[in-house]
Design a protein around this ligand. Structure first.
Ligand code: GCW
Length: 619
């Protein structure tokens, strides 16, 4: 067996040099002579490592034939995870116990879980991890923590994982006692350069900064009437000499909206704030954009911001942590949701402009060749990493998709099942496949159909709470009254103005969403305010769709319990995992009933319209 980089190979075999067409962290895996001769050659060291993992994966799955000849390259260089870990060891929107990185304001003494996590991530070709919360604590970058961060980076390094950090924007005040954090002030610029130099001295391969600023109460450039680009470039210049990147988050909106104002709309925030900034970012800045314009909801249209920054590098942000999607207590296999966005064609200038081609830099061909994706993962100390065995398919799939967004979500899932459970029992394979593929549609049905998004509590993001969603300042209202429901996000709906959000899309897409008839049913109430009695393309009325969807979604969750029970005793399933997943599926089935009844009763109360099938409103 030979494993190495192409340079090492060609140095060792100068008379038979290889000429392989791969790039970035790509590799080639070849087996010959009945599998006895194995040659793994990476474009770089990471590629060689990924090739070794690919070999092991095929070996474990039983798919390592005797004549493999496989060469692959990543679709994009940025394949990161973000962890929202706090210095006290808690994790914002984490559902699997405490941090594997921090405790009591410092880096953990024992980083063995970090080493395991790095190995796990390398096996799915993730190449950087931002370890601290984007709602950053200034203490993270204090001098007394830099060595601890360095120890994390040391644990990552053998696995080709680079460490990234989230800076707290007002650190010049908090850490150095400066009177300002204005990004154009020379003292502030010097502070960040010195801080960055200090970090790179200990961590020479630091990946860069991930910045959340002027959003959700965080300090930022808007406090000084500076632009988001001026803020991003402040950090970009500091990391530039070291080859570092700045991931600047597009998640930015005003926190308060007036419900009486029909043009108020949180979804418009990002495009408004980035208006006029395309082309103003340094070339090592990448704008990191959540898949939808609101916030990791069960269904959203693709963020229109992807169509506004043709001269800027962009990355997609998804969430493996199931913040709004059942918090790992509900099964939700998410690649089909992510693909509604990555496959979406924004038709910029009337030409094919799929989000996946934008983030992989195929569409705009930015000279920096940057782009890619980040997933908020939020693993914890729980031995399952995410708190649930089945939730790990999302992390595995994220890595596979970040490498290539065109990969098939069912194939990815089945590879994961073979690697996680085994390959003896086809019934187990079929059952987990069926459950997983049915899971996101079911969750959408019982939590937020027709584009209402997840009708959840607006603080905990767990469990139904339509009343709280309707609260005065959320900016993402259902606007359910006695006769009608939905956010009117058109420019002009025939009788009056909507929020105008639809206009943030390029013409063809704008025209589709502006028009009630052309809007797909699954986003109807995202874009339009319509009577409950309106007929959908499916033929059902809006109100009846609510009733039917919630009943059918809850039924599917109940079916999952029986399906899982049919796996008891499977050769590929030990008793411990059987019981732990069963516990979650039983919980999900019960919680889906809570969801169903809360939403259908609420809707019946506001609309007064009974269910055609007699399930709601007849006692
Ligand atoms: O969805 C919201 C979460 C916040 C999170 C924020 C963000 C880290 O509720 O907890 O803050 O998104 O993405 O910045």
């Amino acid at each position: 067996m030979i494993v190495g980089t192409i340079d090492q190979y060609n140095h060792a075999f100068p008379h038979a040099p290889l000429n392989l067409s791969f790039s970035g962290d790509g590799f080639s895996l070849r087996t010959q002579g009945n599998g006895k001769v194995v040659r793994i050659v990476g474009h770089n060291e990471r590629g060689a490592l990924y090739g070794a993992f690919e070999y092991l994966s095929r070996l474990a799955q039983g798919t390592l034939s005797s004549n493999v000849d496989y060469t692959t390259s990543p679709s994009a260089p940025i394949r990161w995870t973000n962890e929202w870990d706090n210095m006290d060891g808690s994790i914002e929107r984490g559902y699997a116990g405490n941090s594997i990185f921090f405790e009591n304001g410092a880096v953990l003494a024992n980083l063995s879980r970090v080493t395991q996590y790095a190995r796990l991530l390398a096996s799915i070709r993730v190449n950087a991890v931002v370890v601290n919360n984007v709602n950053a604590d200034p203490a993270t970058l204090e001098s007394n923590n830099i060595n601890g961060l360095g120890r994390i980076a040391d644990a990552f390094r053998p696995y080709g994982i680079q460490l990234g950090l989230s800076p707290y924007f007002a650190s010049p005040v908090n850490i150095s006692g400066l009177p300002t954090y204005d990004p154009l002030d020379s003292r502030v610029i010097a502070f960040w350069q010195n801080k960055t130099d200090e970090i790179y001295k200990r961590i020479p391969d630091m990946a860069g900064y991930l910045v959340k600023a002027s959003s959700e109460g965080q300090p930022g450039p808007l406090d000084y009437n500076r632009t988001l680009a001026q803020a991003a470039n402040l950090f970009a210049k500091a990391v530039k000499p070291y080859g570092g990147l700045v991931m600047y988050r597009g998640f930015i909106y005003d926190a308060t909206y007036d419900k009486a104002d029909w043009t108020a709309d949180r979804a418009k925030g990002a495009v408004d704030y980035f208006n006029g900034l395309d082309g103003k970012f340094d070339d090592n800045v990448v704008v990191q954009i959540k898949y939808g314009p609101v916030d990791f909801q069960v269904r959203e249209p693709a963020s229109p911001l992807f169509s506004h920054l043709p001269s800027t590098s962009m990355a997609l942000e998804v969430e493996v942590s199931q913040e709004y999607l059942g918090q790992q207590c509900h099964l939700a296999y998410l690649p089909p949701l992510w693909k509604t966005v990555t496959d979406f064609d924004l038709r910029i200038n009337g030409t094919s402009s799929r989000v996946r081609d934008i983030i992989t830099n195929k569409r705009f061909k930015h000279p920096s060749r940057l782009g890619g994706s980040a997933a908020v993962v939020n693993v914890g100390q729980n031995s399952t990493w995410l708190g649930s065995h089945l939730a790990m398919s999302n992390l595995y799939a994220y890595g596979r998709l970040a490498w290539n967004w065109e990969s098939d979500e069912t194939e990815i899932l089945q590879d994961w099942v073979r690697l996680t459970f085994g390959r003896r029992d086809p019934h187990l394979m079929n059952t987990i496949t069926q459950m997983s593929l049915a899971s996101w549609p079911a969750y959408e049905n019982y939590t937020g159909n027709l584009g209402t998004m997840t009708i959840t509590d607006i603080y905990t993001h767990f469990g139904p709470n339509p009343q709280r969603r309707e609260s005065k300042t959320s900016g993402t209202w259902l606007r359910a009254d006695e006769k009608s429901i939905g956010m009117d996000r058109t420019v002009w709906n025939g009788t009056g103005p909507g929020t105008g959000f639809a206009r943030q899309y390029p013409d063809e897409v704008y025209q589709m969403y502006e028009d009630l008839e052309n809007t797909p049913d699954n986003l109807l109430l995202w874009f339009h305010h319509v009577p409950y009695t309106r007929r959908l393309h499916s033929g059902e009325t809006v109100v009846q769709h609510f009733y039917n969807a919630h009943y059918s979604g809850a039924q599917t969750a109940a079916d999952f319990v029986r399906m899982w029970q049919s796996l008891h005793g499977s050769a590929d399933l030990d008793e411990e995992r059987y019981q732990e997943v069963l516990f979650r599926q039983v919980f999900q089935a019960g919680h889906a009933l809570v969801w169903r009844d809360a939403i259908v009763n609420w809707l019946h109360n506001v609309s007064g319209i009974p269910d055609d099938l007699g399930r709601v409103g007849h006692h």
